[in-house]
Design a protein around this ligand. Sequence first.
Ligand code: KG4
Ligand code: ZN
Length: 340
Amino acid sequence: MKKDVYILGIETSCDETAASIVKNGTVIVSNVVASQIESQKRFGGVVPEIASRHHVEEITVVIEQALQEAQLTPAELDAVAVTEGPGLVGALLIGINAAKAFAFANSLPIIGVHHIAGHIYANQLVEPMEFPLLALIVSGGHTEMVIMREHGSFELIGETRDDAAGEAYDKVARVLGLPYPGGPHVDKLALASDTAVEFPRAWLEKDSYDFSFSGLKSAVINYKHNLEQRGGTLDAGAVAAGFQQSVVEVITVKAVRAAKEYQVKQVIAAGGVAANKGLRASLEQAFTEQGIPFSVPPISLCTDNAAMIAAAGTEMYLSGVRGDLSMNGRPGIQLSSWSN
Ligand code: KG4
Ligand code: ZN
């Protein structure tokens, strides 16, 4: 009988300190996330130095807890997978150093995982991947479309030319006076509003799969300024709804076009903005109409977590990928294939 593979995942690239143990790349045995949102809220965003300090305080506790909840000892693990990048370098280093120490102390292999590969593999925790697939990654730092022809193969077909979708959400939320992180608040306001302000759609060139959200963000800011100058009162719900409609329509139309062109068997959404109710509903409807299976992980697996890192790490482990103790934080690392 094939032996089960248990991987400890560690994620500290931004403001969540997370550790998780995943069995065979598909079953979550434990999943611990210590969020700093409460503490970063008063700054209206993530302050790198504060993020690092939180990670230092939490990392050992979170790893211990992941082992305890899984009722496993380090000797029962097969490897440690840790986010190598992209992210805040100081934050990444806390997770990487903890992973190295843990791996060294317990004679385990260490594997460096790309954060976006992690977001994509969160879907493996829900259902198996069918290739070729289109992965739509929408997070605070990324808006990308990637074609995967097999495990570990990533072909970037489009990305944002300026702001990431989540970044635009957070900025618009700030303009509307909503707390950080703004995405979920804008989502809620948008869904509750009966009216929507009309904002532009950034289609870019006809064949492009790239995105752009900074023009839309400026349109929202200009709309607010103009209204204030005229002494009008802002209907935050209508602004949120108009902004969300623009983001959702562009992402949905481009994702459908890409899925058809590349004749994919499955479309998966990943990243924090994939938690957006409006976007999920729009993508679900569009792909049902097209007859293309669409899947998106539950909200807790869309935002940063370590189960997704362990899931991607398991595929890398099974493909023979190994890191070593010279591993360093790589804040700007590109998503590259580990299979050919
Ligand atoms: O993937 P993630 O947790 O961290 C990064 O790797 O960036 O994504 C965080 C981003 C934030 O910008 C947050 O506002 C956004 O995801 N987000 C949402 C929603 N939930 C989280 N954006 C829109 N609607 C949501 N419901
Ligand atoms: Zn992320």
